[in-house]
Design a protein around this ligand. Structure first.
Ligand code: GTP
Ligand code: MG
Length: 411
């Protein structure tokens, strides 16, 4: 017969075995949830007449200047002959497809859509510069008939405004000119049978201006779940609203990251410190996502002809200024002991996990760290945008002014 001590030892071993199995099982489930988020694809077909500004728009939406080696070729003699995917620099599953130009004399919308494999795309951006043409209407009808969404992009509005200013310098009123162009596009599309067409006036050289914020909000409102999340992280966050939406989208997934970090620190055989790098990686991805890392700040400074130092001065959060394991550990300690607002939020939202302290990092502390990092980075990003664009100096019309590096989410 076994001694009571032995039985106790057996029980305790069995207990830790069960615990490690549970920890492994739950962490792999959480990892699967995070993986499915990262693997969400988004395929955007960018179509329209040759020379309308499709490739320029694709580069701007990817946060790249035309001279970047990863950029789509642009210019008066560069013509796209076959559908070419351009992945987002930090989110490879988000692809912008540069489609061949439309509007040749033999153009037939149905055949064109078949050739470019219509089914591949989540939606289309139909780009037109200058006058409205028959091929635009044909394409709009065919895309809608195939059950796909399209958004009509009237490009190069900086050029229209410049021409209009030259024509009537005394009576020039930007808002009025834009309203006229918008109304004309809507009228033409409706005349050709498009129901409630969505029209957006853009400049690939000054993406943060005109209707881009409205386009971004409309796209986000018409996509669901993981695709919406991908879009919100991929498109350049050049307005206060876009920064807010990006923050909200990331915030929804904090609990998974916090839980994973907490569970990883409980896995037997792994050093306790492993979860700090994991949290640090997440915080670093948030920082890039808001364009606060050195590379993004430099790119933005170059684009708006400002100094990186001036923009960097707007980054006031501790983790935005210096991201190191010690800084992360510091915030974790504070969160664990101070009962911060974010920690209270974690308790209120996920009371079941409140008492989860695995291997030294509590779920509440990890949650509080990520929550406060997100809040403070969003505040920094707003100030950086204000410093970059808010001075009223929008750049001369027609001069390239690219959006900030859109930031990535690698993990
Ligand atoms: N002013 C101004 N020029 C633009 C804008 N977008 C594009 N352009 C210029 O228009 C020309 C054609 O632009 P692309 O982006 O190459 O046009 P595309 O639609 O890709 O042309 P294809 O590939 O030939 O079908 C280039 O010289 C661009 O610099 C814009 O928003 N404003
Ligand atoms: Mg092109």
């Amino acid at each position: 017969m076994q001694s009571p001590e032995l039985r106790e030892q057996d029980l305790s071993e069995m207990g830790s075995l069960v615990q490690s199995r549970v920890v492994l099982e739950v962490s792999s489930q959480v990892q699967t949830l995070l993986d499915s988020l990262d693997s969400a694809t988004l395929d955007i077909g960018v179509t329209g007449e040759s020379g309308a500004g499709k490739s320029t728009l694709i580069n701007a939406l990817r946060g790249l200047s035309d001279s970047d080696p990863r950029a789509a070729p642009t210019g008066v003699v560069e013509t796209t002959a076959a559908p070419t995917p351009y992945p987002h620099p930090g989110l490879p599953n988000v692809r912008l497809w540069d489609l061949p130009g439309t509007g040749t004399p033999s153009f037939r919308a149905e055949r064109y859509l078949e050739q470019v494999e219509l089914e591949r795309y989540d939606f289309f951006l139909l780009v037109a510069s200058e006058r409205f043409r028959e091929s635009h209407a044909q394409l709009a009808r065919a895309v809608a008939a195939a059950g796909k969404r399209f958004y009509f992009i009237r490009s190069k509005v900086d050029q229209d405004l410049q021409a209009s200013r030259r024509r009537r310098p005394a009576r020039f009123e930007e808002g009025q000119v834009l309203a006229e162009i918008r109304a004309d596009c809507i009228w033409q599309l409706e005349k050709e049978g498009a129901a409630a067409p969505r029209v957006f006036l853009l400049s690939g050289f000054q993406l943060h201006r005109y209707d881009f914020p409205r386009l971004q909000a409309t796209l986000a409102g018409e996509l669901d779940g993981h695709k919406r999340h991908a879009l919100l992280l991929a498109l350049p966050a050049v307005t206060a609203d876009a920064v807010r939406q990006r923050k909200e989208s990331l915030r929804r997934h904090i609990w998974k990251k916090a839980l994973l970090a907490c569970l990883v620190s409980a896995l037997p055989g792994l050093p306790l410190q492993l979860s700090v790098p994991l949290l640090m990686e997440t915080v670093a991805s948030y920082r890039r996502s808001f364009g606060l890392d050195e590379e993004s700040l430099r790119a933005l400074a170059g684009a708006v002809a400002s100094s990186p130092r001036r923009l960097r001065a707007q980054v006031r959060s501790a983790l935005g200024r210096e991201l190191s394991p010690a800084a992360v550990q510091d915030v974790l300690n504070q969160a664990a002991f101070c009962g911060q607002a974010a920690a209270r939020l974690a308790r209120a939202r996920l009371p079941l996990l409140e008492n989860l302290v695995a291997g030294g990092i509590s779920f509440v502390a990890a949650y509080a760290l990520l929550h406060s990092a997100l809040e403070s980075f969003a505040g920094d990003a707003q100030r950086v945008l204000e410093a970059a664009y808010g001075s009223g100096d929008e750049g001369a019309p027609g001069s390239p002014c690219y959006p900030p590096h859109p930031g990535f989410l690698y993990d």
